[in-house]
Design a protein around this ligand. Sequence first.
Ligand code: AP5
Ligand code: MG
Length: 224
Amino acid sequence: MIIVLVGAPGAGKGTQAGRLVETYGMVHLSSGDLLRDERKRGTDLGKLADSFISTGTLVPDDVVIKMILGKMRELNASDVILDGFPRTVAQAEALDVALAAEGQKIAVVPYIKVEPATLLDRLGGRLTCRADGSHLYNAKYNPPAVAGICDIDGSLLYQRDDDMPDKIKTRLDTYFAQTMPVIEYYRVKGLLREINGEQDIEQVWADLLTAIGKTSESLPSLVG
Ligand code: AP5
Ligand code: MG
């Protein structure tokens, strides 16, 4: 099953994808996490991506398409959540072409819809694990048990450099100009499932499970 999770910066894509990984063992491919990892390792791709990430603009399509499609081929996983990709119509079209060539297609596109004021509030309080960027917290809404420390692996938490107010504004402008058309692209194809992302994390999770056709009965048993 290939799921494309869409929504604005701070909508909760990474948070919900983490739960799908934990609960169903799905593979989470976040273009942002992959690019930040390249940047951390100082690779050529990371150096190129740095100037775009740090200003809140998009890394060029050809670079991101090559990175994600390459990673998908390498992992060859059957259950994948794409998060942060595609972010332009050109990326969405490239993904369709690549999947069709493999006889695959997107199952569903959950759209976590959140208003700009809420996004600003959430991103301002986001804390990310240094060791694993998929471990996410929020000072206000989802704090770690010990301030500044990841509950899962004990690493330090940090504030992403693109979570500063001026960068958030550019990211939101970029999202509305370049990524909203992707949402329409999937709506026209009948794949979009809109979720009210203004709700708390548990309620968004419940609605996400419904959107992807999983029910509480299909949750793996935690007993025994
Ligand atoms: P990326 O890393 O993809 O960032 P983003 O799309 O801006 O999304 P975020 O990670 O900020 O938000 P999220 O929806 O994952 O929210 P989260 O779960 O963390 O991209 C970064 C950069 O990389 C881009 O700007 C670009 O430069 C480049 N890039 C990446 N992909 C690209 C592509 N395809 N093409 C070109 N360039 C690309 O939650 C946010 C906070 O809210 C957390 O603190 C969380 O705890 C909290 N929270 C979550 N849900 C709730 C809730 N329901 N209630 C209260 N708090 C909540
Ligand atoms: Mg994210």
